[in-house]
Design a protein around this ligand. Structure first.
Ligand code: SAH
Length: 228
């Protein structure tokens, strides 16, 4: 796979100019030359072999040579609804869930959620999705929705499989592979009893991730991997 760059604007064959962080990466980190080949993607499911035709100070131009539909998505969509951890652990979460092919991340507001004042906001997280997609070869971006309150989300979320991760003693349940799924992970303080009860009443299934208590991002990564 040649070096991959993301375009905000939908790509078509022919000339295109890229600026912003992608141009910075190509010009100042990769130090690419005119004539070099690269791969572009715009998050809509294709990748585009291209050749650099001009290097500017803050932008560059290339010729898009072809459109190739290359699907590296899961067989069925997977949503992770997660009470986001803080700071750097949030970055790990977003990067790994992107690599694992999660379709959508819903930041959850729960009874025990802790507001993270250090968070750089959703836009920063969306930039991390692009960075991870460049690296792992995904041609569709993981969507990050606005934060949603658990009580609102739990009743309205629809999919053949909906699971809520909550430490329980028995852990023998089998999860069916390859169906559209939604999986919820609670905050460091855990989901409250009434939050778990609400989910179960709405038809969600409880899942355990083993006898140890995992941190939010570990639980999310483990569950996303289990649902592959
Ligand atoms: N303090 C809480 C644990 C919170 S861990 C308690 O003791 O119950 C943060 C979240 O990760 C949990 O809400 C749950 O969704 C998930 N999680 C962590 N470890 C888990 C496990 N062993 N099984 C199921 N879910 C787990």
């Amino acid at each position: 796979m040649s070096a991959r760059f993301f375009s905000d604007t939908p790509l078509t064959l022919g000339a295109i100019t890229l600026s912003g962080p992608e141009a910075h990466h190509l010009l100042h980190v990769m130090r690419a030359a005119v004539g070099a080949e690269l791969t572009l993607f715009d998050g809509r499911g294709s990748e585009f072999p291209a050749r650099i035709t001009r290097l500017g100070r803050n932008d560059f131009e290339c010729e898009v040579l072809a459109e190739e539909r290359v699907d590296r998505e899961r067989a069925a969509p997977l949503t992770l609804a997660v009470a986001l951890p803080k700071g750097d652990r949030q970055k790990v979460l977003v990067e790994k869930l992107t690599e694992l092919g999660v379709s959508r991340l819903v930041p959850l507001l729960t009874e025990r959620s802790v507001a993270d004042k250090s968070a750089g906001g959703l836009e920063k997280l969306r930039r991390l999705v692009i960075e991870a997609s460049k690296q792992c070869g995904r041609n569709r971006l993981m969507e990050i929705t606005q934060p949603l309150a658990w009580a609102e989300y739990v009743a309205s979320a629809a999919a053949p499989l909906r699971v809520i991760a909550h430490p329980v003693d028995d852990s023998s349940e089998q999860l069916p592979p390859s169906v559209e799924s939604i999986a919820a992970i609670g905050p460091e303080g855990g989901f409250s009893d009434s939050e778990v009860e609400l989910a179960v009443k709405s038809g969600w299934q409880r899942v355990s991730l083993g006898p140890r208590i995992l941190r939010i991002e570990t639980a999310a990564i483990a569950l996303a991997a289990k649902l592959i």
